[in-house]
Design a binder for this molecule. Structure first.
Ligand SMILES: [Zn+2]
Length: 311
């Protein structure tokens, strides 16, 4: 039901031929890529195998540990609100902590990929997307014969809640630029910072993928009291005590806002297309980011339908 009808796809190809003659081609990975680890929340071991996929497949998660190997598309229509992570459900297929996988695929320029997994929760690794991005780089990128699906932001879209906002605004230049303003106030041990990047594979690999997730010590202790993340140590992410990171050093002075920017990329990738525009986030988290992704996904579908009617 989430596949675009053929008429819409045909219309998109005509639009691409008429107005986007220089449109880049869709991509997939050239070879298998494998990443293994444990889920942060569940502690369960998980093995990912990233497989090449054909044009217009998008990103698809496949639960190979379940009967009939059910699949869920990496699209915001399958997102459910969850605390501190991004979860997708379609029928019996559920996957969570997908944001770093989605960010690595988008950031490294991969449009189509099957992500096979043998557990619900994606690996936490070192809290960053580095291992996944490197696995994709090692697998190589293959161009396919169909123009990329893309959406240019043409009007401001603002999603807000009490303390946070995320805004998409039009931009003259091609590609996606993301800025993240992190400021939890003077009471927080996490330092305020701002990061801004135009997203391309080099920038992603060098400056975004290595940024690790983080927590204040009191939140980390509370989670462990609740019985989750029992195996996670101070070396598996950045835990902030009153005087800074505990038993750890930051990889960048603005590592925290870079990581939040990484999360924004992963959540926005759930719109299912390449974006052109600027996205500015202030303290936003997965649920707000996901709502913007769904707005963008719906607007892209609407634009395809109106081009289809006009053709
Ligand atoms: Zn994250």
């Amino acid at each position: 039901m989430h596949e675009a009808p053929n008429a819409i796809l045909d219309a998109q190809k005509r639009i691409s031929a008429l107005t986007m003659t220089t449109a880049p081609m869709q991509t997939t990975i050239a070879h298998l890529a494998r990443v293994s680890g444990r889920g942060y929340w569940s502690g369960n071991p998980v093995n990912l195998t990233l497989r090449p996929a054909s044009q217009d497949s998008g990103i698809v998660f496949r639960r190979i540990d379940l009967p009939n190997r059910p699949e869920v598309a990496g699209q915001s229509c399958h997102r459910v609100d969850t605390n501190l992570r991004t979860k997708l459900i379609d029928g019996s297929a559920a996957v969570e902590m997908v944001e770093h996988v989605m960010a690595a695929l988008y950031g490294m320029g991969i449009d189509n990929c099957i992500v096979e997994c043998d557990a619900c929760e994606m690996p936490g690794l070192d809290g960053s997307a580095m291992a996944i991005a490197l696995a994709i780089e090692n697998a190589g990128i293959e161009q396919l014969a169909t123009p990329v699906r893309q959406y240019r932001i043409t009007e401001t879209i603002r999603i807000v809640d009490q303390h946070a906002e995320i805004v998409a605004i039009p931009s003259q230049s091609d590609g996606l630029t993301v800025a993240y303003h992190l400021d939890y106030g003077t009471d927080s041990p996490i330092p305020a910072s701002t990061s801004r990047f135009a997203i391309d594979p080099d920038e992603f690999l060098q400056n975004i993928a290595p940024a690790r997730t983080f927590l204040p010590e009191r939140d980390a202790s509370e989670l462990q009291r609740m019985g989750v993340a029992q195996h996670v140590t101070y070396r598996d992410l950045v835990v902030f005590g009153e005087s800074g990171p505990i038993e750890n050093t930051l990889r960048f002075p603005d590592e925290c806002s870079r990581h939040k920017l990484l999360d924004v990329i992963g959540d926005l990738a759930l719109c299912g297309v390449r974006l052109h525009g600027t996205v500015i986030a202030r303290r936003s988290g997965h649920n707000l980011n996901g709502k913007l992704a769904e707005q963008l996904r719906l607007r892209y579908a609407q634009r395809l339908r109106s081009h289809s009617r006009a053709a």
